[in-house]
Design a protein around this ligand. Structure first.
Ligand code: ATP
Length: 199
């Protein structure tokens, strides 16, 4: 699976639409301090479903929308699309090209899309689970994360190996199933109460 294209519009410092094509080999982004290099990485994190404003280096989610400059109006919408070549079927979908899109409007409305079809955040996180790509995974490694892995903070080393070995999705499913079981047990005890009241 290869990242092939990133399109950003109205996200952080990118008032105009920019398109970055990732060809084979290594792509490096260089530029002076403050020109927006880290904002490109933030855009990738964000489109993959990042919910933590701290991870996006922003106080509020609304602050990721282009704020305008002296000569330019602020944007009302931030939109990022990330395209993958899925010829090797790493992503569990029949599509050979997969584009994930996330939008955030200034009024707080937001939208996720998979190949231009509206979807839920869960559809995106499920699609990327155990692929190494995803907001929480190891495809984006920052300096802070290297410290965490070395110090094994919050079991981060184990989490990294679990994601790489493909067992994270089973852990997530186990958690979801246990939650369902707990809800069912609560429902059953409610039924018991009702039966007791009736008889
Ligand atoms: P460095 O090399 O110092 O790490 P960088 O190239 O990684 O810098 P970024 O941190 O990506 O730079 O970008 C910082 C710039 O993004 C700042 O100039 C900041 O004003 C701008 N910026 C952040 N959020 C917004 C926003 N919502 N609207 C407009 N500009 C923004």
């Amino acid at each position: 699976m290869q990242l092939t294209k990133l399109e950003i519009k109205g996200f952080k410092s990118f008032g105009d639409k920019i398109t970055i094509n990732f060809n084979e080999g290594v792509t490096a982004i260089v530029g002076p301090n403050g020109c927006g290099k880290s904002n490109v990485v933030d855009a990738i994190r964000w489109v993959l479903g990042e919910q933590s404003t701290r991870m996006l280096r922003s106080e509020k989610m609304e602050n990721i929308i282009f704020n305008g400059t002296k000569n330019r109006k602020a944007a009302n919408l931030a939109e990022v699309s990330l395209t993958f070549d899925n010829n090797k079927n790493v992503l569990p979908t029949a599509f050979t090209t997969v584009t994930v899109t996330r939008k955030l409007f200034r009024n707080g409305d937001s939208e996720y899309r998979l190949n231009d079809v509206k979807c839920r955040l869960k559809d995106i996180t499920d699609l990327f689970l155990d692929t190494g790509v995803g907001a929480d995974s190891y495809s984006i490694i920052e300096l802070r994360m290297i410290d965490e892995i070395i110090n094994n903070k919050e079991n981060s080393r184990r989490n990294l190996f679990e994601e790489a070995s493909g067992i994270s999705k089973y852990k997530v499913r186990k958690k979801q199933t246990l939650n369902k079981l707990r809800d069912t047990e609560l429902d059953l005890s409610r039924v018991d109460d009702l039966m007791f009241e009736i008889t």
